[in-house]
Each structure stands twice: as structure tokens, then as C-alpha cells.
Design a protein around this ligand. Structure first.
Ligand code: SF4
Length: 278
């Protein structure tokens, strides 16, 4: 295994490409890593720096989950009284804070329309008025209407009937709906249909690449495969693990200035250990 200093130097060099007109280097006793200290951004790359044996990864993931859960407690996701409400929330939460989604859902509820068939019949203009607090309301109204078309025309408005088809089929079918991508489809499969699908988001990519477990440039499917390969296929675990990662990303593993010194996962994080000198 390479020494921590060697690893740090390589990372620093990777982080800063050489300038075209670089001045000749002065001889100096100062370490490269002290001069080019890597900045705490998501773009920091450590290809090949993963130090765990593959056989140790499942336990490491469960240890990380436990450390986060000890800190944050069980997150009891997803907020929503019915699977249909979860679907609506998953579509509206794209590019907006959850508090705005709550306002939009409250509007739908007070109009007595939190039902697939009723909301479908309301039409896209009415939808736009109701979900205005969620932002991008014209786009989101069209997306929601497309989902309602899918649900009502294909499954009689019953999310349970979508679930009957099984997780992989449901995922593919949902991704065929305009405006539903991988993250939203997996959120619906996991949190509304109660079927196994590990949800990956920007928080997941950032935190686990800093931990040295995934590559910073890994695509959604690769990161998802990393988790599903190394975790038991367990809906409650997938449910709360993703919720814990969101808390980690919001409270500690921020894009800029991550709070490594206070992070509950610092003892299992390459980046955090370097930053804090542990
Ligand atoms: S120690 Fe925590 S906050 Fe720091 S990089 Fe690692 S996961 Fe992110």
C-alpha cells in the first residue's frame, strides 16, 4: 500500500493541472502537499486510491450506516401519508427545497385532489396553480400530468398495481415517463412502492467518493451497483441509508468546506482523516 504522504502528493498534483507557462521550479524543502493543499471540493479525484479489500466493503458500508444512524437517528422516510403522495413529492422535489414541496402538497390536499384520478382530471393548468410553491411550476405540472397519465391510464390510478410488476419493471416503466429520471424513478420504487432500489444522488456521490469508496466521476448506475452489490437487498435498510446520506450531505459533507472534524463518519473517510490529521 502506498504511504499517506505519497497518496496526498499524487492527489495534490492531480487536483491542479500544470500551467502552460509555468516558471522554473525553485528548489524548496516545503512539501508539495503543503503548497498545493487539495481543496475540499467534489472534484477532488483519487483514482486508484481505494484502500479497502473488496471483501471488507460490505462491513464498511454497514459501519458507516450505523455511525450515521447513531448520530441522526432513524429518519422515518419518506414523508407522505400515502404511496401516491410520495410519488407526487418525488416528482415535485426536483431542484427545490422540501419545504416548498410541502406547501405544494398542502395546496393539493386542501383542494381535495390528493388522489390520482381526481388530480388527473383537474388538468395541467390547475396543477400548475396548485404546485406553484414548488418552483418551475409549468415544467413540473407537465411532468406530474405525464406521471398521472401513466398511472391512471396504465394502472387505474393504483400505485399497488405498478408495484405488482416488480421493482426493475416498475423502474423502467417510470423512466419512460417524461421528466422522470433514474433518481426519481428509484425514489418512487423504494419509498412509494416499497421495493428494493438504492437511490443515488449528488450527496451520495460526493460523500462516498471522499470516503475513498467510489470514483468521483462514477455514473449513477455504477454507484448504485456499488451499494446493491455490497449490501443485503433490504428495503428498510435502503430506505434509511439513503435518508442518512442526505442528512450527512446537508449537515457535514457539503460541497464547500465540509465539516470533517465533527462528521460522524470521519473515522471511515480517507478525505476526512487527511483533513483532520487522524
Ligand atoms: S469526514 Fe464526513 S464531511 Fe468530511 S469528507 Fe468525509 S464524509 Fe464528508
Amino acid at each position: 500500500m502506498k504511504s499517506r504522504r505519497a497518496s496526498r502528493n499524487r492527489t495534490a498534483l492531480n487536483a491542479r493541472p500544470p500551467r502552460a507557462a509555468a516558471k522554473p521550479k525553485r528548489k524548496t524543502a516545503v512539501r508539495e502537499s503543503a503548497v498545493h493543499r487539495p481543496r475540499p471540493t467534489a472534484s477532488r479525484t483519487r483514482p486508484g486510491a481505494f484502500s479497502l479489500q473488496p471483501s471488507a466493503i460490505p462491513k464498511r458500508l454497514l459501519d458507516i450506516y450505523q455511525a450515521l444512524r447513531n448520530h441522526f437517528g432513524h429518519r422515518k422516510w419518506w414523508p407522505g401519508e400515502t404511496p401516491f403522495e410520495v410519488c407526487v413529492g418525488a416528482i415535485l422535489t426536483q431542484n427545490t427545497a422540501w419545504t416548498n414541496v410541502e406547501k405544494a402538497i398542502a395546496n393539493i390536499k386542501s383542494a381535495g385532489l390528493l388522489d390520482a384520478r381526481k388530480l388527473h382530471a383537474a388538468g395541467v393548468e390547475r396543477l400548475g396553480e396548485l404546485i406553484r410553491p414548488a418552483g418551475y411550476f409549468n415544467v413540473k405540472a407537465r411532468r406530474l400530468q405525464a406521471f398521472l397519465d401513466f398511472l391512471v391510464r396504465g394502472y387505474g390510478g393504483e400505485t399497488a398495481r405498478v408495484a405488482e410488476a416488480g421493482g426493475p419493471f416498475a423502474r423502467e416503466a417510470l423512466m419512460g415517463v417524461n421528466g422522470i429520471g433514474k433518481e426519481t424513478a428509484d425514489s418512487i420504487v423504494l419509498y412509494a412502492l416499497n421495493l428494493p432500489a438504492f437511490v443515488v444522488d449528488a450527496y451520495t456521490k460526493r460523500a462516498f467518493s471522499r470516503m475513498g469508496l467510489t470514483h468521483p466521476l462514477a455514473e449513477y448506475d455504477d454507484v448504485q451497483k456499488f451499494f446493491t452489490k455490497n449490501l443485503p437487498e433490504d428495503v428498510p435498510l435502503y430506505n434509511d441509508f439513503h435518508a442518512q446520506i442526505v442528512e450527512l450531505g446537508k449537515n457535514f459533507c457539503r460541497k464547500r468546506n465540509p465539516r470533517c472534524a465533527d462528521c460522524p463518519a470521519v473515522g471511515m473517510c480517507e478525505y476526512g482523516m487527511e483533513e483532520t490529521g487522524r
